[in-house]
Design a protein around this ligand. Structure first.
Ligand SMILES: Nc1ncnc2c1ncn2[C@@H]1O[C@H](COP(=O)(O)OP(=O)(O)OP(=O)(O)O)[C@@H](O)[C@H]1O
Ligand SMILES: [Mg+2]
Length: 303
């Protein structure tokens, strides 16, 4: 396991930004850390990098403890922060050159890596322009080039596509996927845009108020926790009340004029047939409720 956390908690004043987070990432994976604004994605990343200390719990990153060995972690992990700062008056090339110096990458190798990274992120043409003339999307790409130059074993990218137009975002994600496929790099990326990143993630974890509320391969999450939904017509008030009180109904929605939309647990269909027959009413539709990742997201985030 290249990354593993157990019971991570982090308190800022009165807020628990992380509230018992268990997370693991395997070598070679692209792991998507998903969740809406304020769910704890950035806090998780800062803890993994040793940039902030957890209030409780433990983390291991590439075999190191980020609390006790933050420098060792920084050596092997590439990090794209939410907001990257560059030297504005310097060009992309010069900014990357500074970074290679800081990381002690010697001259011929540094030059090679910079050229390669600029090529990969599509900034070769503008490499010698001052960063102050760059658009938001170009800066985001430069941030990724920054990570690439380090050739890290693990790349942690905090919202790599934020502020990039949809087409640019797709290109960026394809690039990240290529880096993993060709270079064997492990990637953790955070995003609040599920539909955007799910295409390239091997596994995702969905954060909600500092807890992991769903986690797994996308194919596993989709379809997990299935049930049925039914449309009942000619329903009496008594039927409505009874369905409301049964423990196998997940929700009963009154659509008016005796129509009810009912969601039920897996396997509860015979019970529905019986109750509807007893109380009077007709089931006009009954079908499996296929859960998509989007449903999981909405379930937790539409409060
Ligand atoms: N330095 C801080 N001081 C106080 N509270 C903080 C601090 N950093 C984060 N928080 C709080 O911790 C919670 C989690 O924040 P975090 O930045 O980890 O969320 P996020 O998932 O990255 O959100 P976003 O999608 O907006 O980037 C929020 O309630 C936030 O207000
Ligand atoms: Mg964040």
């Amino acid at each position: 396991m290249i990354v593993e956390t157990k019971g991570l908690r982090k308190r800022y004043n009165h807020v628990w930004a992380l509230d018992g987070l268990d997370l693991f990432v395997q070598e070679g994976e692209i792991f998507g850390l998903l969740g809406p604004n304020g769910s704890g994605k950035t806090t998780t990343i800062l803890v993994l990098l040793g940039l902030t200390e957890p209030t409780a719990g433990t983390a291991r990153v590439c075999g190191y403890d980020p609390v006790r060995e933050p420098l060792a972690v920084k050596r092997v992990v590439g990090y794209l922060p939410e907001k990257v700062g560059f030297y504005e008056e310097l060009s992309a090339w010069e900014n990357l050159r500074l970074l290679t110096r800081l990381n002690g990458i010697p001259e011929p190798e540094a030059r090679k890596r910079i050229e390669e990274a600029l090529e990969q992120v599509g900034l070769r043409e503008v490499a010698h322009r001052p960063v102050s003339t760059y658009s938001h999307g170009m800066r985001r790409r430069l941030g990724i080039a920054d990570v690439l130059v380090k050739k890290p074993r693990l790349a942690i990218l905090d919202e790599p596509t934020s502020g990039i137009d949809p087409e640019g975002a797709m290109e960026t994600l394809d690039l990240i996927k290529r880096l993993r496929d060709e270079g064997g790099m492990t990637v953790i990326l955070s995003s609040h845009l599920l539909y955007q990143v799910q295409r390239i993630c091997d596994r995702v974890g969905v954060l909600h108020r500092g807890k992991m509320v769903a986690e797994g391969r996308i194919s596993e999450l989709i379809g997990q926790g299935q049930g049925y939904w039914a449309l009942v017509e000619g329903a009496t008030a008594a039927l409505r009340a009874r369905l409301d009180s049964e423990e196998w109904t997940l929700s009963v929605e009154d659509l008016g004029e005796g129509r009810l939309r009912v969601t039920l647990e897996e396997g509860a269909q015979p019970k529905l047939f019986r109750v509807v027959a007893e109380e009077g009413g007709v089931i006009t539709e009954l079908r499996p409720k296929v859960r998509t990742l989007e449903d999981i997201y909405l379930q937790y985030f539409q409060e």
